[in-house]
Design a protein around this ligand. Sequence first.
Ligand code: ZN
Length: 120
Amino acid sequence: MGRQQERRTLRAMIRLYCKQQHQSVSLCEACLELLTYAEARVAHCPFGDEKPVCRSCEIHCYTPKMRERITAVMRYAGPRMMAHHPILGVLHLLKARRGRRGTLRASAEGVGRDKRGESS
Ligand SMILES: [Zn+2]
């Protein structure tokens, strides 16, 4: 799982959003622009195949306007992905969880705190 997976998820989410929000059979112009933009961001992501999902990424490479638009898509399509694309939806959720846990400083602090908590 890597960039290829990320792009498939992106495409599925934007397609679902456009179909239901814009009543568009194929992607409308605005959504196609967003998808093209998002795919270019994924392609240029310095993390490569190790990239975390964008939500938990530290770089936030989207422009504020595009970020707003992709956030709207994710917020709408995210929960619905489970019904329409169960496998992609689950994989995305799993990846999001791993991404959060993978933040080195946060997990190190978390472990330290847990240990102190248990011993006292
Ligand atoms: Zn659309």
